[in-house]
Design a protein around this ligand. Structure first.
Ligand SMILES: C[S@@+](CC[C@H](N)C(=O)[O-])C[C@H]1O[C@@H](n2cnc3c(N)ncnc32)[C@H](O)[C@@H]1O
Length: 302
């Protein structure tokens, strides 16, 4: 099914073949079984909403185009175009047409963008390794729901809770999860700003993927996460540096800056991945180098 999706992407934009084909040809069978399961689930979800696979093709291509426009502007100005998290909410998270397309495109990129897949695969390994002690799980900003599905597949006998500011993301999670998660564990989905998260109950595992860069100041929520996981819990955090997008607000300029932010907010890094993005020519010194970053963290002892 992924091959079908990719074939339609090439038909609509032949330039994609040049970038995707060498990457796809280098993939192992494990990638194909994961990617096919995802593409089958996505196709089933789209059909259940009266949409076809072409919706995902268009969403992916639109996200690629939007990213290119933002990258070109960023290389010129050195700033992100989105003025703040309020604007991100109005223009993107609350906008049904834009947000659904963006999240479906992003879900497809989990398999078609090398760094996104590398971080997703790192997450799959991490949740499998951490599964033993986890009884409570919280996700902040599940977006398309693919990380939530992976956690639900890995953690058994767990109370799952996910909080997202976007009603569109939550609807997408509700619709897509039955097609990509193997369990029907109890799941509480909540529309809320993570900054106002009302909970003091300790959580064994928290995932917050690609949210830090969406906040005016990520420190309060990062400190809250450190407090919630306490001495025993773990959090899996992902973000990026020099990575413009329509709703990115908080600019970090290197992996070291990200690490310093995590330490400042009370975390110790257990394992991490810091990956240079493949979309830009690495040799050009004037380009601000994009980095995708993910870490498994624990709260630093006081
Ligand atoms: C780029 S998506 C990330 C999706 C997925 N977690 C991933 O890693 O690919 C960011 C998500 O965070 C949500 N979000 C942004 N700001 C938030 C906030 N203050 N509180 C809760 N969710 C937020 C957005 O609505 C969106 O669903």
């Amino acid at each position: 099914v992924l091959r079908e999706l990719v074939g339609r992407i090439y038909a609509k934009n032949p330039m994609q073949r040049k970038r995707l084909e060498p990457y796809l040809q280098a993939q192992e069978p494990l990638f194909w079984s994961r990617a096919d399961a995802f593409a089958r689930g996505l196709a089933g979800y789209l059909e259940s909403c009266g949409l076809g696979l072409d919706y995902a093709v268009d969403a992916y291509l639109k996200m690629c185009r939007d990213t290119l426009v933002e990258q070109t502007r960023f290389q010129r100005t050195g700033c992100y175009s989105c003025p703040g998290q309020k604007a991100a909410y109005t223009d993107t998270y609350a906008n049904e047409t834009e947000m659904r397309s963006y999240m479906v495109g992003l879900a497809v990129s989990q398999f078609l963008w090398a760094n996104h897949y590398a971080i997703y695969a790192y997450y799959l390994d991490t949740v499998r390794e951490c599964a033993g002690g986890v009884r409570t799980y919280l996700e902040i900003g599940p977006g398309h729901g693919m990380y939530l599905a992976a956690a639900m597949n890995a953690f058994r006998a767990v109370r799952f809770r996910a909080v997202d500011i976007s009603p569109v993301s939550l609807n997408l999670c509700r619709g897509l999860l039955p097609f990509v998660a193997e369990t029907r564990a109890p799941l509480h989905l909540e529309e809320a700003d993570a900054l106002t998260l009302q909970t003091d109950t300790p959580v064994d595992f928290i995932t917050m993927g690609e949210v830090i860069e969406h906040l005016d100041d990520p420190r309060p929520i990062l400190r809250k996460i450190a407090a919630l996981i306490g001495g025993q819990g773990r959090a899996f955090l992902t973000t990026c540096a020099n990575c413009p997008a329509r709703d990115h607000v908080y600019l970090m300029r290197s992996a070291d800056e990200i690490r310093a932010l995590l330490r400042e907010c009370g975390f110790e890094i257990v394992t991490e991945r810091a990956l240079l993005a493949d979309q830009l020519p690495r040799a050009a010194p004037e380009l601000r180098q994009m980095v995708n970053y993910a870490a498994l963290v624990r709260a630093r002892a006081a």
